[in-house]
Design a protein. Structure first.
Length: 321
């Protein structure tokens, strides 16, 4: 197998083959980096297997560390990326089993005492086949956020209960809250993916569109953009970032994917410095502009607030020339 990266042709060499599963493998995920070089697979026989490479310089040696029997056909898995010492390693497993009894999402947590993974929770409200599942990057939160792709898009919040309310020797128990549920795809949803700051969720479905979801300061989630299969925005949608008068659609989408500035905040347009003034030579040395909270009436905000990079609202007497 060969791959082309930045013009260079790279040859991919097979180092090993993992043959423990007797049925089709439906998903493969690497564990978070802080856990070392670990690989997780799930298969149609309902077993999740966790492998570890003890020597990163010898990728031909992988040892089977754990086997988790889920008792349901597994379709997808997701590691909790939290590196906090207060959070034990955690895996979410989704099932596309046609059995209509019981929840299709199970949460497993590693127990230091038994050195095994035990079932912590089951999302009983998810009874339809699950196609994808994704933990949001934690970023210091005390709770966890999980996105599920099924016949719709669902976002759950998992709040750990106090130790005195759960068994000290068993897995952590959680209070599960449904934060959001969207049926905008009007079809099966196949993929969900978070950005690196967990402020934006992307989903794709059988409608041929990618939809972007974002929460406001009150944790109310809304669709902020729709992309067609060719990457072009869908015209005529209300409350979409593509119709924003504050900048181009492509730049707004890029800001959404890179961080938290697009949905709640915006940068006013930057006026060019006066030609020939010393101001232009110092413009690149200024710190980033202060974020301004976005309101529904963006024009009124622009007229009331000063420009973040404009030092004076009136002409100073000692203007540099």
């Amino acid at each position: 197998m060969t791959a082309c990266v930045r013009g260079a042709v790279l040859k991919m060499i097979k180092r090993t083959t993992l043959v423990d599963s007797r049925t089709s493998v439906t998903d493969v995920k690497f564990a978070p980096k802080h856990m070392g070089l670990m690989l997780t697979t799930c298969s149609a026989d309902g077993v999740v297997r966790i492998y570890e490479a003890p020597d990163v310089m010898n990728l031909s040696q992988w040892s089977l560390q754990h086997e988790i029997s889920c008792k349901l056909s597994c379709s997808c898995i997701s590691w909790n990326p939290s590196s906090s010492r207060t959070h034990s390693p955690m895996i979410a497993v989704g099932s596309d089993d046609n059995v209509n009894v019981g929840g299709k999402v199970q949460i497993y947590e590693y127990n230091e005492n038994t050195r095994k993974y035990g079932k912590a929770e089951t999302l009983a409200t998810v009874t339809d086949p699950v196609h994808d599942i994704a933990f949001a990057p934690n970023l210091g939160r005390s709770f966890h956020v999980l996105a599920v792709a099924t016949k719709d898009v669902r976002i759950f919040k998992l709040l750990p209960l106090r130790k005195e309310l759960s068994s000290s020797s068993g897995p952590t128990k959680f209070e599960i809250q449904t934060v959001a549920q969207f049926e905008n795809h009007n079809s099966q949803v196949w993929r969900v993916s978070w950005n690196i700051t967990s402020t934006l969720l992307a989903s794709s479905g059988d409608d041929g569109c990618v939809r972007l979801w974002k929460a406001n300061y009150m944790d109310n989630w809304k669709c902020t953009g729709i992309l067609k299969g060719d990457g072009s925005p869908v015209n005529g949608t209300s409350n979409q970032i593509f119709n924003s008068p504050l900048g181009s659609a492509n730049q707004t989408i890029q800001n959404s994917l890179n961080g938290a500035s697009a949905g709640r905040y915006f940068f006013p347009p930057l006026d060019p410095p006066r030609a020939g003034s010393r101001w232009s030579s110092y413009a690149q040395l200024l710190p980033p502009p202060t974020l301004i909270e976005q309101t529904c009436d963006a024009d009124s905000v622009n007229s009331q607030l000063p420009h973040p990079r404009r030092r004076y609202t009136t002409q100073p007497e000692n203007e540099w020339v």
